[in-house]
Structure formats: C-alpha cells, structure tokens
Design a protein around this ligand. Structure first.
Ligand SMILES: Cc1cc2nc3c(=O)[nH]c(=O)nc-3n(C[C@H](O)[C@H](O)[C@H](O)COP(=O)(O)OP(=O)(O)OC[C@H]3O[C@@H](n4cnc5c(N)ncnc54)[C@H](O)[C@@H]3O)c2cc1C
Length: 549
C-alpha cells in the first residue's frame, strides 16, 4: 500500500486459517508412536477450529477484556460474581465441546493421550481458559475418595455442554471445578494453611464441615465447585466446596478481589474468604489432605507441561512464519545461516517438549487403564521432571521466539501481539502447581519411592549405541541418581533426566537429523542460549520438519 509519506512493505502477514493439527508433524509422529491407530478426525476438526481466524480473534478479545469482579449488586447485597467477556465463554465452551476436561475418564485406553494432544492444540488458541478445564480434568481421581460425591458429580464433570450460569449443579449438564490450596503465608508449604474446618453434620455426601479462613490464589472462581484444603481436628484435610448446597441455597464464597496478573489475563484468579458459613464435604480421610489434593495436582502438573509445549509450538510457528517473509540485508531471515540455527534450535526444543509431555500423558493413560509397573514409575518420575524442565524452558523459548520477530514481537498489536501474550503467559505454568524447586525436590522424593534407576534404564535402552554423548550420560545416570541426595543438586539431576528422556523419545519417533542435533546441542554441551547448533547441522531438514505445511 502507498501512503503519502512512504510505502509499507517487508512486513510479514500472519498465518491465518491454518489447521494446527495437520500442520504439526512432530505431534502427529509422537502420537502415532504411542497410539499406532488413533482416531484422527476429532483432532483434525479441533486443529481447524483452533487455527481459524475467527477463533483467534475471540482469543484476542478475551484477553483484551479481562474479567471484572461484581462483589455487590447495585443495592449493596453481596453477589460475588465475576463477569467475563462473551469470547471467554465461547472459548471455554469450545474446550468442553472438544472434551478437554472430564471426558477421558469415561474413555478407553488412549483417551488421556488424545486429550493431551488436543490440550496442546487448544493452547495454541488460548491457554488461560484452559485453567478451569485443567482443574476439571484433574479432579476426578481425587473425588473418587468420596464415592457419594463422585456418583453425584461424575457425569456432569464429563459433560460437554458448557453452561456459564451460576445455578445449582442439578440444573446443569456440564460443570467445572477449581482448587484452593495457596494462602497468604504459604503456597508451596500447604501444611502452613490456617483455614479451619469444624465438623457440622453427617449428610448423604458424607461428613460436612463449616470452613473459616481464606485462599490467596483461587483461580476461575465461577467454577461450580472447588477442592479446598483446611485444618480439621485430625490435621490438614481436603474438602469439596460447591457454589450451591444440595438444598438449593448458595454456599458463600466471598470473592475479595481479582489478581492483576502479568499474563493469563482472560482467566480470573481471585482472593476469597470463607466466613464460617461455607460448607465443605470431606474428601478422603481427615488429616490426609495433602496426598488427596496431590491426586489432582499431579494431573494439573501434566497440563502445565502440555500447555507450555503448546505455547512453544505456537511461538515457533510465529517465528518461522515471520522469518519466511521478512527480508534483512537483501535476504530472507529464514535463509540467513545464523537465523536458521536459532529457528532450528527452537524447533528442536519444541519437538522435544511435545514428545516429553505426551510421554507423560501416555504414562498417565497406561497407569489408569492397567497395572504396568514401568508406566506407573514413569508417571511418578516424569511428572516433576516434565513440569520442571518444559516449563523452565518455556520463558527462555518465548523470549528467543519473540526476538526472531524483532521489535514487532514486543508489541501487543496485530498478529504479532500474540507473541507478547505468549511471553506473558509462559511463567505461570512454571510457578503454579509447584514452582521449579518444588518439582526438583519432588523428583528426589520420587527417586526414594521406587526403583527409578531401573525404569529409566529401560526407557533409555532403545536409544543406546546411537550417539556418543547420549551413551556417556545414560551410562553415568544410575550413579548420578544414587549419589544425588543433596537438595542443592536436584535441579541439575532433573535437567539431566529430562534431556536423556527427550533424546530417547526423539530417537523413537523423530528423524535421525533431529535426534543427532538434539544430542549434539544438549547432551554434548550445556547450551545456555538458543542458536548454538554445531556447524554442519542439517538446518534445512530441521526447519522443513517444523514448518506447518
Ligand atoms: C496465575 C496464578 C494462578 C494461581 N491459581 C491458584 C489456584 O487456583 N489455587 C491455588 O491453590 N493456588 C493457585 N496459585 C498459587 C500457586 O500455586 C502458588 O503461587 C505456588 O504454589 C507457589 O506458592 P507461593 O506463591 O506461596 O510461593 P512460596 O511457597 O513462598 O515459594 C516461593 C519460592 O520458593 C521456592 N521454595 C519453596 N520451598 C522451597 C524449598 N524447600 N527449597 C527451595 N525452594 C523452595 C519455590 O519453588 C518458589 O520458587 C496460582 C498462582 C498464579 C500465579
């Protein structure tokens, strides 16, 4: 276009109307390795919908118009309502329609793996609405500890017809769930919780308690119910707190204010108080609140890894697309050798994150549908590792992908504005549900709970003998595991195991070029910035594989 002052040219145009699934070869190859004959059409449909310009516009609007708290009605009565932009509801409705929440619990083998793939794809559309979706997915194993509640709520937790109304759950075909653990004085150390639970009565849903206290972080407060930790006489316990009681009366959850967050802006995160009149139903045994809520937390940790892998793929696609259109110094950026190295390195990281997150989902799936001891151990050990390593790499990845777009990557406007949103979103997956150190320390606990060394040796065996750096590290791993008792070394060990498992997965379901480049850049040297791939790396092959055809 010609303007009075200058001609606008050499600006990239966003990729629009792309099928996020069909164009994601690393994801498709990883899926095929786990599920050789999977049901592809639902993913094709989701990929088309999530990549559509119309849905991407809803994502932008939901973030531009963050939720508002209406604590009181005009007459001054407390109502504790959060108002969201219609695009938020539309996106959340789409996520439920595609079964990203409770539906895998009703599916057969493979359902959790397919849901994991779908979750990654949806993240490329809008990640913050996935917060309540993830919590709704994750609650089922914990809720089973109260069979009456599970029987009453199980079906609607898998319902696909999202209903945003704040009405008793009996009037809804689908419900969503949240969780309340973190208090002002401590989030990682939930044993410091001060919210109190006093026994009230025995009911058809089991033992009911009155809760008094607060939660400092309480995301998606318009969910239909929450799992909440509180101190009962026998110790910290887990409670089911619905917005409405079975008799149709409101169960007061006072929303004090909404957090003004760095990212995750379409989603509301609140501070709440329970004033003694909030009823919670005991889930599991009194005093067993931590293991009870961890049954939920281990699955939201899976989703942190999946979500970050999805965001990486989205950022990579934006960077690749820009590089293929933007000229500098007389050549496309994507043809400049150093930019090729950066983009190819990002592609390696993205594929490795996808592979590791999906491997964890497969372990979840296998341990839910059978008694395979190897998969049970892999689930236990890969949960903290995937959450730690993928999320830790996420922010670094987003910064580098943003830099590929130059200044346009840093602005909020237009197609490139998505990059700024991704960058702001990244850190939350690393912080919530157990920050990096907590995950690394959990890995040390996992090492004490099972013969992890043997399970990892089995996991890595198929890739042995293929790359010297891989063999060297894999050989030394059992001794490293045995000798790592010092907490200060927990991150180093988590990183090492993550890289080895990622390499083994790439050997299994990616190309020789990807495997070799990953090992050379991550196992043979400690690459601290992207773009340090050795000379001779087949950059074009790596970029060709990553490009969303
Ligand atoms: C957007 C957002 C939404 C959230 N939503 C929810 C929600 O819905 N429900 C909910 O319950 N919580 C929620 N949280 C809270 C989140 O889970 C906590 O912030 C997180 O668990 C960390 O707890 P904390 O903030 O109290 O930090 P702290 O526990 O004080 O930790 C601070 C730092 O110290 C480190 N640390 C702690 N202990 C050790 C140790 N022993 N050794 C070494 N390092 C250690 C941690 O890794 C962390 O880096 C949300 C947070 C965010 C940002």
């Amino acid at each position: 276009m010609t303007r009075a002052t200058h001609e606008v040219f050499n600006q990239s145009t966003p990729l629009a109307g792309m099928n996020l699934y069909a164009g994601n070869r690393p994801l498709r190859d990883a899926l095929r390795a786990h599920l050789p004959a999977y049901d592809e059409p639902p993913l094709v449909a989701l990929g088309a919908e999530a990549g559509s310009a119309a849905m991407q516009a809803h994502a932008r609007r939901a973030n531009q118009h963050p939720p508002q708290l209406n604590a009181y009605d005009p007459a001054g009565r407390r109502i504790d309502q959060v108002e969201f932009h219609p695009s938020y509801h539309l996106l959340l409705g789409a996520a439920l329609r595609h079964g990203l929440h409770g539906t895998p619990w009703r599916g057969g083998p493979g359902a959790h793996v397919l849901r994991a793939a779908a979750f990654m794809l949806f993240t490329e559309l809008e990640p913050s609405v996935l917060c309540p979706v993830s919590m709704t997915y994750a609650v089922t194993p914990a809720l089973r500890a109260n069979p009456a509640l599970h029987a009453a709520w199980g079906a609607t937790l898998a319902g696909t017809e999202y209903d945003p109304r704040d009405v008793p759950f009996g009037n809804k075909r689908a419900v969503t769930m949240g969780m309340g653990m973190t208090e002002k004085q401590g989030g990682s150390d939930v044993r410091a919780n001060t919210t109190r639970a006093a026994f009230d009565s025995d009911t058809p849903w089991g033992r009911a308690y009155c809760l008094t206290g607060h939660k400092w972080f309480f995301s998606a407060p318009m969910c239909d119910a929450f799992l909440v930790l509180a101190q009962a006489p026998a110790g910290l316990s887990c409670f089911f707190v619905p917005r409405w009681r079975p008799d149709g009366s409101a169960n007061p959850i006072r929303i004090e204010r909404l957090k003004d967050k760095l990212g995750n802006r379409a989603n509301a995160s609140s501070e709440v108080e329970f004033c003694g009149d909030t009823i919670g139903w005991l889930v599991g045994d009194e005093g067993r609140g931590v293991p009870q809520i961890l049954a939920m937390g281990s699955l939201t940790r899976l989703d942190c890894a999946l979500g970050t892998a999805g965001l990486m793929r989205q950022a990579l696609t934006l960077a690749l697309n820009h590089g293929r259109q933007r000229m500098a110094f007389g050549r496309l950026l994507s043809e400049q050798p150093l930019m090729k190295s950066v983009l190819a390195d990002l592609a390696l990281e993205s594929e490795a994150a996808t592979a590791l997150a999906l491997r964890l989902a497969r372990a979840v799936d296998a341990s839910e549908h059978g008694d395979d001891e190897h998969e049970r151990v892999m689930r236990r050990v890969l949960t903290p590792i995937a959450k730690f390593w993928i999320c830790k790499r996420g922010s670094h990845f987003a910064q580098e992908a943003m830099e590929c777009l130059g200044g346009n990557g840093y602005v909020e406007e237009g197609g490139e504005g998505v990059m700024a949103r991704i960058y702001r979103e990244m850190p939350v997956n690393s912080i919530w549900e157990g920050a990096g150190n907590i995950m690394a320390l959990d890995l040390l606990r996992a090492l004490r709970s099972a013969d992890v060394g043997a399970a990892l040796a089995q996991e890595l065996a198929p890739a042995r003998g293929e790359h010297a750096a891989f063999d060297r590290l894999a050989q030394a791993l059992p001794a490293r595991i045995d000798s790592t008792t010092d907490e200060s070394q927990a991150r180093a060990l988590a990183r090492e195991i993550a890289l080895l498992v990622q390499a083994a997965l790439l050997r299994r379901h990616s190309t020789d070029a990807v495997f070799a480049a990953f090992c050379s850049s991550r196992l043979a040297q400690a690459a601290d910035v992207f773009g340090l791939l050795p000379a001779g790396t087949p950059f074009d092959d790596l970029l060709e594989r990553a490009w969303p055809h």
